[in-house]
Design a protein around this ligand. Structure first.
Ligand code: NI
Length: 176
C-alpha cells in the first residue's frame, strides 16, 4: 500500500468539487486502500479523496480505537434526522494542528454505495455524524475553516503557510 500526499489548506486543489463514481473497479479499490493506509499513518479518523488530489466521491472513515473498523463510502448523500445543532472540536488532516469548535446537525441518515456498488444506509450521531459531514464537505470543496470567521481563517492560513518551511511536528489528536 502506498502512502499518499495529503494536500493542506490553502492549496487550491482542495476546492475541487469531486465527481460521482460510475465505475466500481480495481482502480477505485486500490485508491480506497491507499487512502485508508494514508489515514491510519497520519492517525486520522476520516479522509476524503479530494484531500489526496483524487477528485471522485470517495471517503474512508474509521473511528474505532484500534483502526480495525474501516468504512468505505462512495457517492454519499445524507438526510438530517435530528436538526439539533451540536458543537464539536474538529480537526482536519488538511488543516494540521488546528482544532476548532464547529456546529453541525446532530443525527443523520447516510445513503452511499460500497466499493462493489451496492446501496447502503447508515444512521449516525456523535463523532461518526461529525466525521461523515466533514468528509462530504471535502468532496464539495469545502473545508472546516469555512465555518470560521474570516479573521480566524486568515490567521490559520498564515500560520500554515509559514509552517510549510519548518519541519513537521507530530499531530497529537486524531483528526478527520
Ligand atoms: Ni478534513
Amino acid at each position: 500500500m502506498r502512502n499518499l500526499e495529503i494536500l493542506t489548506f490553502p492549496d487550491p486543489r482542495l476546492r475541487t468539487k469531486a465527481s460521482i463514481v460510475e465505475v466500481f473497479d480495481d482502480e477505485l479499490r486500490i485508491m480506497a486502500e491507499n487512502m485508508l493506509h494514508t489515514m491510519y499513518t497520519a492517525n486520522g479518523i476520516g479522509l476524503a479523496a479530494t484531500q489526496v488530489d483524487f477528485h471522485k466521491r470517495l471517503i474512508v472513515i474509521d473511528i474505532s480505537e484500534n483502526q480495525d473498523e474501516p468504512i468505505f463510502i462512495v457517492n454519499p448523500s445524507f438526510q438530517i434526522l435530528d436538526e439539533t445543532i451540536e458543537e464539536y472540536k474538529e480537526g482536519c488532516l488538511s488543516v494540521p494542528k488546528f482544532f476548532e469548535e464547529i456546529y453541525r446537525p446532530k443525527k443523520i441518515k447516510l445513503s452511499y454505495k460500497d466499493l462493489d456498488g451496492n446501496d447502503k444506509e447508515l444512521i449516525a450521531e456523535g463523532v461518526l455524524s461529525v466525521c461523515i459531514q466533514h468528509e462530504i464537505d471535502h468532496l464539495d470543496g469545502k473545508l472546516m475553516v469555512d465555518y470560521l470567521s474570516p479573521l480566524k481563517r486568515g490567521r490559520i492560513k498564515g500560520k500554515l503557510l509559514k509552517s510549510k518551511t519548518k519541519p513537521k511536528q507530530q499531530i497529537q489528536q486524531r483528526s478527520p
